[in-house]
Design a protein around this ligand. Structure first.
Ligand code: ZN
Length: 268
């Protein structure tokens, strides 16, 4: 599944609020930030009124004639699974105070699947155009030797990120966040992007008779979409995309600057 430009890759976008005509479902009215009051609350940021704490447990799957334990919400719904992976429940209401260091799982997923801007929630690029992306040290991992989008040998200008794209109109305000969050960033474009993994909380069954009760064994664990054996034990919170044909704004391959281990990319 590969998305290019503003084309949708068709993944489920989960719950949405009942916004009226003309207003995209889930778009949140802009709010003031701190005393400056000039930075909007990005579309992707979670709100305090959207958190859901439904209980999780392990269940036994007897299909395929072998017992497989899998994580589920106690009140299971088919819509909880996206591509066979359990996705964390959140509301998409925009209600409550912004939780600046937390993303709303439904909106993050939607931004990635539909290549929407993480700030305004509108398409990040025109169809067929390179997709503008802000890469930050904390949310981008450069990869060497990844095949090109067309299956070629690859030249290193690829990488994985859990941060959605940003449209050109929103790039200035998004960059203004970076110093406040203590991260450095670089503006690039990606020729194409495809989902490759999720970040999530990994669980194992409890001891003995308490096997149904999940025990957390890791936060923000990277689980590849092809790591099927691990899928039954993860609660996914973010979708990770692999970017191809990364170009730094102004020309040239751009992945290396941010990707280098311990490097400090200097655009802010
Ligand atoms: Zn935007």
């Amino acid at each position: 599944m590969r998305a290019s430009g503003a084309a949708s890759s068709g993944a489920s976008s989960g719950a949405s609020s009942g916004a009226g005509p003309g207003l995209r479902a889930g778009v949140i009215p802009l709010a003031a930030f701190g005393d400056g009051g000039e930075i909007p609350v990005p579309y992707v940021i979670a709100r305090s009124g959207e958190l859901v704490n439904d209980p999780l447990l392990f269940a036994m799957d007897w299909s395929r004639r072998r017992e497989v334990l899998y994580l589920t919400y106690a009140s299971r719904r088919a819509a909880d699974w996206v591509g066979g992976i359990l996705r964390a429940r959140v509301l998409d209401s925009g209600v409550g105070d912004p939780l600046w260091r937390q993303v709303n799982t439904v909106r993050q997923w939607r931004c990635m699947s539909e290549l929407l801007c993480q700030v305004c929630g509108l398409p990040a690029a025109e169809p067929g155009e390179p997709i503008p992306w802000i890469l930050t040290e904390t949310a981008f991992h450069g990869l060497a030797g990844v095949p090109d989008a067309d299956g070629g040998a690859g030249n290193g200008d690829a990488g994985d990120t859990n941060q959605p794209p940003t449209c050109r109109r929103c790039i200035p305000s998004a960059l203004a966040f970076c110093p406040r969050l203590g991260v450095s960033a670089e503006v690039v474009t990606a020729g194409s992007a495809e989902p490759v993994a999720v970040l999530g909380e990994l669980f194992q069954p409890g001891e003995g008779a308490g096997w149904r009760w999940p025990v957390s064994v890791g936060h923000n664990v990277y689980i590849g979409l092809d790591e099927f054996a691990r899928h039954p034990r993860v609660l996914a919170t973010q979708l990770v995309m692999r970017l191809h044909d990364i170009r730094r704004e102004g020309g040239g391959a751009g992945a290396g600057e941010v990707a280098g281990a311990g490097s400090s990319a200097g655009v802010s």
